[in-house]
Design a protein around this ligand. Structure first.
Ligand code: CA
Length: 222
């Protein structure tokens, strides 16, 4: 369960991949050209980027080069045609984390993504405790005093974001884009609804999600 930026200029392929990734529980944003991909990668936080190398405007290799030069460390999975061996090698040299040859099965893509996310999360965050709340990003599980929270996809995305910024305000817009993706129509009160649900699931023993009026929400440390 992660927010993924899918960079792919073939609309049918992009839609197909997005559908299968969403059904695997991810939040997916699609960029159909290089310029859009760069803007998205610079302005939003993604857990992973899948990058088609053959794009109409800026090549995938150039996107990779620019993002890494700017210090962007988001895991990048290159999706490329079978004949572009040199690009693959160059991509890995430039800091791509893995590559997958087209055509591929959705299940293979999903497996590679899981592996990359596990690797990234293993480095970045083992298990996080906030009071009696325990969050395991690698396994996508959360418990309060040992009780499993049984979170749905968007509740999990919201909790992950709040936990990553515990003790700090997370804006409503940020939460909305995190849990819905930026091109999805979001009802004005959708974030409130999910916060309410998450509060209910955290219960009396879990940490408080405080509303900071006009600014957003904060997960309290005590
Ligand atoms: Ca392409």
């Amino acid at each position: 369960m992660a927010r993924i930026l899918l960079v792919e200029d073939d609309p049918a392929l992009a839609r197909g991949l997005a559908t299968s990734l969403k059904s695997a529980g991810h939040t997916v944003d699609i960029a159909e050209d290089g310029e859009t991909a760069l803007i998205a990668a610079r302005s939003e936080e993604f857990a992973l980027i899948t990058l088609d190398l053959g794009l109409p405007d800026i090549s995938g290799i150039e996107i990779l080069r620019r993002l890494r030069r700017e210090g962007n460390t988001t895991p990048i999975l290159i999706l490329t045609a079978r004949d572009a061996i040199e690009d693959r090698v160059e991509g890995l040299d430039l800091g791509a984390d893995d590559y997958l040859l087209k055509p591929f099965e959705p299940s293979e893509l999903e497996a590679r993504i899981r592996a990359l996310l596990r690797r990234a999360q293993g480095v970045a965050s083992p298990i996080i405790n906030v009071g009696l709340l325990e969050v395991d990003p690698a396994r996508a599980t959360a418990t309060v005093a040992g009780r499993d929270l049984e979170l749905r996809r968007r509740e999990w995305a919201m909790l992950e974001r709040l936990v990553a910024h515990v003790g700090k305000v997370v804006s409503k817009d940020r939460l909305a884009s995190e849990i819905f993706g930026y091109d999805e129509a979001v009802a004005p009160n959708a974030v409130e609804l999910y916060v309410a649900r998450l509060r209910r699931k955290l219960g009396d023993n879990g940490p408080e999600i405080r509303t900071i009026r006009g600014l957003g929400y904060m997960l309290m440390t005590s």
